[in-house]
Design a protein around this ligand. Structure first.
Ligand code: SF4
Length: 447
């Protein structure tokens, strides 16, 4: 191995937002993608550190001045795009680092980062692409965009086989574990068992990740990894963990065989839950605590227009089954830009009538890499990527003003929060602060 010891990498995940209107302190995610990279880089003898803006006390500028990385990698979601660019400019200015952008937003929209101050955009899940960048051996290395003095060059990505992932280096998580949580489950470690999703819901970009190729790990390896994590709560961050009945059953068998006692969070679709009532009881018995389910709508026409491949009877059955099994189903809904005032009320009514305790509301957001963004182009009211956080209206609503839309949206949030307060489900939160901010935003959204 060459003398690589002096080459330093700083791996960065930006803060979520600079307004108070985010879920910091409620849902804070372990920077798993960076931990895979840390593992690969350390194995090759590089010096590497993580800086996660969600939890760090030291400013990025201070870390740059102290650590002086040769290579600076930053990943994030659409809403963090501006921070990612700003950070690269800081790394260039302060340390003259080689700057690299990654993460799903960049995978799907690399050209948004083709600018001065950024040297490479990685569009693959393969952490070894960082090693190719150090070696400048781009030939045949799919998933790297790089620039020469004349122009940017794109070597398109290929689907990555998730079985090649190393085990993540969780040293950063362990030293900040008091900061990472999913609601009341704290600390909470992340585990990934699959890339992408086999479904094709129209509003979603997750199914386009990994070049649209669903790739799964051997479930025995997953259980082995979970057994070795020193954390009592595990968030399986696959876009859909409850997909393959045989694989889920094998997961349950292995967890039991190894006598692993933890609580779990995962995503699972309503149609799978509706078809597997007994399996849900078994998942409850091994520790499944939250299942996050895209119920999306309260009538079939919206479900069809979203290509959800489910219907309302399936949604109703899923909630009933989870309530019987004693697993918290977190129903995720979309408030569409076609909504009338009564559509907002109907969401609350359905949630209440079906005794759904946990609900999350997203504002319909045409994703940048999809056909939807073309459809909504003329209606866009902002180009600021920070607004692509599902909490902001980015395109003009069809049946009311933006102001009125926010009014009904915030009324819905306040009603759901008051209901949650009555049920005592978010007792770890400062309800007052959230409700005050929703009320304030109801009369003039200020972020
Ligand atoms: S919404 Fe869920 S099920 Fe549909 S494509 Fe996205 S990740 Fe898959």
């Amino acid at each position: 191995m060459a003398d690589t010891k002096k080459i330093k990498f700083l791996l960065v995940h930006p803060e979520i937002s600079r307004t108070k209107y985010n879920f910091s302190g409620v849902i804070d995610n372990e920077p798993l993608e960076l931990e895979y990279m840390l593992s690969v880089l350390k194995a090759e003898g590089y010096e590497a550190e993580i800086w996660d803006g969600q939890v760090e006390k030291e400013s990025l500028v201070s870390r740059l001045k102290r650590f002086r990385p040769d290579y600076f990698y930053v990943c994030g979601r659409t809403r963090q795009e501006t921070f990612m660019k700003e950070y690269c400019l800081a790394a260039k200015r302060i340390c003259k680092s080689v700057t690299i952008i990654g993460g799903v937003h960049a995978h799907l929209n690399p050209e948004r980062f083709f600018m001065n101050g950024i040297d490479h955009v990685v569009t693959s899940y393969d952490s070894a692409r960082l090693l190719d960048i150090v070696g400048q051996s781009y030939g045949g290395k799919e998933g790297i965009c790089y620039k020469t003095s004349e122009k940017w060059h794109i070597i398109p990505a290929e689907p990555y086989d998730i079985k090649k992932l190393p085990l993540p280096d969780r040293s950063y998580f362990y030293s900040h574990s008091d900061k990472y949580r999913y609601l009341e489950l704290a600390p909470c470690a992340h585990v990934r068992t699959a890339f992408s999703c086999p479904y094709r819901c129209a509003f979603c970009i997750r199914n386009r990740a990994n070049c649209g190729k669903y790739s799964v790990r051997d479930i025995a390896d997953v259980v082995e990894e979970i057994a070795g994590i020193n954390c009592k709560n595990i968030y399986i961050i696959d876009d859909d963990f409850l997909f393959d009945e045989k694989r889920v059953k094998e997961f349950i068998r292995l967890i039991r065989e190894k006598n692993i006692r933890k609580k779990y969070v995962c995503y699972g679709r309503a149609d799978f839950i509706a078809g597997h009532a007994e399996l849900m009881k078994e998942l409850k018995a091994i520790g499944f605590y939250y299942v996050l389910t895209g119920l999306e709508a309260v009538n079939d026409s919206y479900l069809q227009s979203y290509n959800k491949m489910t219907d309302m009877s399936c949604n109703e059955k899923a909630v009933r089954i989870m309530n019987n099994a004693g697993i918290n189903i977190m129903g995720m809904f979309i408030v569409d830009l076609n909504f009338t005032a009564s559509d907002f009320r109907n969401i609350y009514k359905w949630i209440s009538e079906h005794d759904l305790k946990h609900a999350a509301i997203s504002i319909f957001t045409p994703e940048m890499s999809t056909e939807l963004i073309k459809k909504y182009k003329k209606r866009l009211i902002t180009k600021d990527p920070a607004a692509w956080d599902y909490l902001h209206v980015v395109a003009k609503p069809e049946k009311m003003s933006v102001r009125r839309y926010y009014f009904y949206y915030h009324i819905l949030l306040v009603r759901l929060f008051l209901r949650g307060w009555r049920d005592g489900i978010y007792d770890f939160l400062d309800y007052g602060e959230y409700i005050r901010s929703f009320l304030k935003n109801m009369f003039g959204f200020s972020g």
